[in-house]
Design a protein around this ligand. Structure first.
Ligand SMILES: *[C@@H]1O[C@H](CO)[C@@H](O)[C@H](O)[C@H]1NC(C)=O
Ligand SMILES: *[C@@H]1O[C@H](CO)[C@@H](O)[C@H](O)[C@H]1NC(C)=O
Ligand SMILES: *[C@@H]1O[C@H](CO)[C@@H](O)[C@H](O)[C@H]1NC(C)=O
Ligand SMILES: *[C@@H]1O[C@H](CO)[C@@H](O)[C@H](O)[C@H]1NC(C)=O
Length: 569
């Protein structure tokens, strides 16, 4: 897209945006946010979820649980004589949920996807890897479609090692980095390429962080702005130069030494990156004290951790800053909200750990964390859901700014009764406070590129102009427009770009939020009453790996609906 320079720069010229200088909510009610049930049952429990560029969410569970509540079409069945529960299973263990129509359909996955991982490749295809049993080393792809005909394509033994409880991170070259998994102290790449070994590469850090409870599974991985990979396991982290297989930085232990990875599942995000970032911060929240998983076997449920650790991973001598949540949480999902000013911590429990029947008290109310507020003023408890979302629940951001929540199956089977926390087949949406009607007067609406049209195509370092409107915006000649909230109108405008996460087991893999460099915000030269904001896309694939992102215009702290954008070189 070409950068359009409007002639009448009657509005203020905003050079570079900044996270966090936006004024607080114009109408922020405490205990904010709202819950809606979207579907009482989609038939499959949402252990893994990924939003694709067609506004469909691909959902899957494990395949060896016995019958789900969703039949496979056309007499299809999974026939596996080694299957413990159901040798002939004619039910689906994966589904496609269409956000726009609130409809779903069964998908066919025939080898076990239990506790697996994934990325979305640059062409928008979901690439899932690993699982269990007959699915340990498999790769499965799911290409997006709108006609209801696409389905999983499985490749047997595509991986070098069994990847069960592994983590994936998309790389600047578009491939997946796959690390860890049960009894796998190594990493590998997928797809395989000639310039990299096809075997698994040893990562001693995973041996060093293994304890008797294996509290280092599903490590938290973030692609740092220097191209290296931040890998957090148990209670500490390293920075891996995967091209040379060298640990280039070792981070200190997170104070207290409590484990944060499965089964002591906390969660983690790379905090929003500023334009042309020179620094990057990681936040790790919650988890369970060592010994919790063992304790739950004796029906004892120790309180979860209340602490978060925040660290500037780009520092040469980094240290953790400890913050305290208003309540303890294990198995929370951390989701970056599109205004770039808030992180939702959602789902999970206040005691116990991840694992079968291993938590006793659900955490029904999400928390919002505001990274740019003063320490001590960052957390706010939100309104509660009525549904327990324990082990095997998940959450993903949608294009409209809601957070889709599903799953919870803390049993070995699909038990819908006779258990304290039955298997959950429902889908819910959490609407953060910015979606409240009282914020409608401030809500930007992107009009060009069309939010429902084909994804806009952009290149690294290229420019893009977004046209948008704001209901209550005063005439463009009014300087009052930049007062920042008040009675409504145009406040500080920023533009964010979000990589949707592959979420499972309390971690949003590949999740990334970038503030784009805003060149200017001005009255539209072509459409009366509308505005144009011109931004520069990230300069490199290290900052934003190639693929599909959601782009939002944010007025103060109120985000528009997103548009899909495809970035590649
Ligand atoms: C699952 O399906 C059974 C049989 O159709 C039905 O009785 C039950 O209510 C369903 N359970 C849920 C949680 O949807
Ligand atoms: C499935 O994947 C394999 C391996 O990548 C590929 O050769 C084949 O064409 C794919 N099949 C379909 C139906 O897409
Ligand atoms: C947990 O139980 C295992 C198996 O009984 C034991 O080896 C391990 O030491 C225990 N770990 C902790 C932290 O209690
Ligand atoms: C859970 O479901 C399995 C398989 O249907 C069944 O064998 C088991 O008894 C159920 N457990 C409870 C507590 O109902």
């Amino acid at each position: 897209m070409e950068l359009a320079l409007p002639h009448n720069l009657v509005l203020v010229l905003l050079l570079a945006c900044g996270a966090g200088i936006a004024p607080p909510a114009a109408a922020a009610a405490s205990g904010g946010g709202r819950w809606d049930i979207l579907q009482h049952s989609i038939g499959v429990s949402a252990m893994h979820m990924q939003l694709l560029r067609n506004d469909r969410v691909i959902i899957f569970d494990r395949t060896d649980f016995g019958p789900s509540n969703l039949s496979l079409p056309d007499g299809r069945c999974r026939r596996n004589p080694h299957e413990r529960v159901l040798p002939v299973d004619c039910t689906a263990h994966s589904a496609e949920y269409d956000v726009r129509t609130n409809a779903f359909r069964p998908l066919s996955v025939f080898t076990d996807t239990w506790c697996s991982s994934g990325t979305v490749s640059p062409d928008g295809t979901l690439v899932q890897t690993g699982g269990w049993n007959d699915g340990y080393r498999n790769a499965r792809t799911m290409a997006p479609c709108v006609d209801g005909t696409c389905d999983w394509n499985e490749t047997q033994d595509a991986l070098a090692a069994n990847r069960w409880y592994a983590t994936n991170q998309i790389l600047p070259d578009g491939r997946a980095f796959i690390v860890g998994g049960r009894r796998q102290f190594s990493y590998e790449f997928y797809p395989k390429q000639a310039d990299h070994p096809s075997d698994a590469i040893a990562l001693p850090f995973l041996v060093q962080t293994k304890d008797p409870e294996e509290n280092n599974l599903y490590p938290f991985v973030h692609l740092n702005i220097d191209g290296n990979l931040f890998i957090f396991a148990k209670n500490r982290a390293v920075l891996l130069d995967y091209k040379r297989n060298k640990i280039v930085r070792t981070y200190p232990e997170l104070a207290g030494g409590d484990p944060r990875n499965y089964p002591s599942s906390g969660s983690s995000v790379l905090l929003p990156l500023k334009p042309s970032p020179t620094e990057a911060e990681v936040l790790v929240c919650g988890g369970a004290p060592a010994g919790s998983y063992n304790a739950t076997k004796d029906k004892s449920f120790p309180p979860a951790l209340t602490t978060c650790g925040r660290i500037r991973i780009t520092d040469a001598a980094p240290s953790w800053t400890i913050e305290t949540m208003p309540s303890p949480r294990v198995m929370g999902d951390m989701i970056l909200l599109p205004n770039g000013a808030e992180v939702a911590i959602i789902n999970g429990a206040t005691d116990g750990s991840a694992g079968w029947e291993s938590a006793n008290t659900p955490a029904y109310a999400p928390l919002i964390y505001r990274p740019d507020h003063a320490p001590g003023d960052r957390f706010e408890e939100q309104s509660a859901s009525g549904i327990a979302r324990l082990y095997h629940s998940s959450a993903v951001l949608l294009r409209d700014g809601r957070v889709l929540v599903g799953g919870s199956n803390p049993h070995v089977y699909y038990n819908f009764s006779n258990v304290r926390y039955p298997t959950e087949l429902s889908l819910e949406a959490f609407s953060p406070e910015y979606l409240d009607r009282t914020n409608d007067v401030l809500r930007p609406a992107i009009t060009d590129p069309s939010p429902t049209g084909a994804p806009a195509s952009v290149t690294y370092g290229g420019s893009m102009t977004l046209q948008f409107s704001v209901p209550a915006a005063p005439a463009p000649s009014s300087r009052r427009a930049h007062g920042g909230g008040g009675g409504g109108g145009l406040g500080f405008v920023s533009v964010t770009m979000v990589a949707p996460s592959f979420t499972t087991h309390s971690f949003g893999m590949n999740q990334r939020l970038l503030f784009l460099d805003v060149l200017e915000t001005a009255a539209s030269s072509s459409t009366p009453g509308a505005y144009e904001v011109s931004v520069v896309m990230p300069a490199t694939a290290v900052i934003a790996p190639p693929g599909y992102y959601l782009v939002f215009v944010v007025n103060g702290h109120i985000p528009s609906e997103g548009i899909w954008v495809h970035i590649d070189s």
